[in-house]
Design a protein around this ligand. Structure first.
Ligand code: MP6
Length: 309
């Protein structure tokens, strides 16, 4: 009896397996397209990078870092997933989850500021995502509303790991912090001005607490509609950050104010959750999350007509 045919080997994908659609995002070294797999009709986002440009700008390390981080994250909840990669003579292609409802910045701008139940739900999803990053030893370093996408069910998908740092070395691999000396030595990278943490501006030390600072800025923006540190130039924004110069409009709920104040602390170790690993217990136990069921956040809240403008 003839043996059954061997498992069909999964053939390496190429751009011929996809129909490319509109541009959905532009990075500094990449373009993200909406694409459809011709075999399954499934929609994906394909991030395309020009090899020549990356090499000329010496950004290969960032590209490889992003791929490694996406592979470490696998299909973790609340993160875009990297399905496959391929290349041709000129370009690299990353096939990723398509976030059907776009990015959080666009969503926030459309709804000005969010109702508190909405803030609480998205804040809780971000906390769970930050716990995943902490557990896997990854610091995002450029967390901001533009890098928080929304899937078809309005759940968050964190993206853009080109600036991420891997703190816990993968078994047997060179530890990145060795390459850049101990965490004390300056790291050249600085994130997006409005969300960058004070320690990145002063001694370049990178820790999970840098993402907690960014979380504080994002929380502020969800309730106020603008980021806390605003000025006419990056230099002036940095000055405000280092002097912790921000304030709340009068009508902001005092509980969320207290949570934000306990994240926007200049000393990284003093921020809520800074000395915790895997689970940010002190954030979960903050009164703002009193009614949150951390084991089942439930569906994303419907955007009330009063919010959708
Ligand atoms: C932040 C990023 N923007 C975006 N990056 C991705 C999107 C994405 C989708 C929309 C969108 C969907 N519908 N309408 C707009 C708008 C912006 C997007 C997506 O769907 N899937 C994977 C993505 C990125 C994966 C990359 C980490 C590897 C920048 C601005 C850097 C291009």
């Amino acid at each position: 009896m003839t043996p059954p045919p061997a498992e069909e080997t999964v053939k390496k994908r190429s751009q011929d397996d996809y129909v490319f659609g509109k541009v959905i995002g532009e990075g500094s070294f990449s373009t993200v397209y909406l694409a459809k797999d011709i075999h399954t009709n499934k929609e994906f986002a394909i991030k395309v990078l020009e090899k020549r440009h990356i090499i000329k700008e010496n950004k290969m390390e960032y590209v490889m870092r992003e791929k490694k981080v996406l592979q470490i994250l696998g299909n973790s909840t609340y993160f875009v997933r990297l399905y496959c990669t391929f290349q041709d003579g000129e370009r690299l292609y990353f096939v990723l989850t398509y976030a059907k409802n776009g990015d959080f910045l666009t969503f926030l701008n459309k709804t000005s500021s969010l109702m508190l139940d909405c803030v609480r739900h998205y804040a809780a999803e971000i906390v769970l995502a930050l716990e995943t990053l902490n557990t896997k030893g990854i610091v995002h370093r450029d967390l901001k509303p533009e890098n928080i996408l929304l899937d078809e069910n309005w759940h968050i998908l964190i993206t853009d790991f080109g600036s991420a740092k891997i703190l816990i070395p993968v078994e047997g691999e060179k530890n990145e912090s060795d390459e850049e000396g101990s965490q004390k030595r300056r790291n050249s990278f600085v994130g997006t001005a409005q969300y960058v943490s004070p320690e990145i501006l002063t001694d370049g030390k990178v820790s999970f607490a840098s993402d907690l600072w960014a979380f504080g800025c994002i929380l502020y923006q969800m309730v106020v509609g603008l980021p806390p540190f605003r000025a006419g130039s990056e230099y002036l924004i940095f000055q405000k950050i280092l002097k912790l110069e921000y304030e709340f409009p009068t009508d902001i709920d005092t509980t969320i104010q207290d949570l934000i104040k306990n994240l926007l602390i200049l000393t990284p170790e003093k921020r809520l959750g800074a000395n915790e690993s895997k689970i940010y217990t002190s954030i979960r136990q903050h009164p703002f999350f009193r009614d949150t069921n951390w084991n089942n956040l439930g569906p994303a809240p419907k955007i009330l007509p009063s919010e959708a403008s």
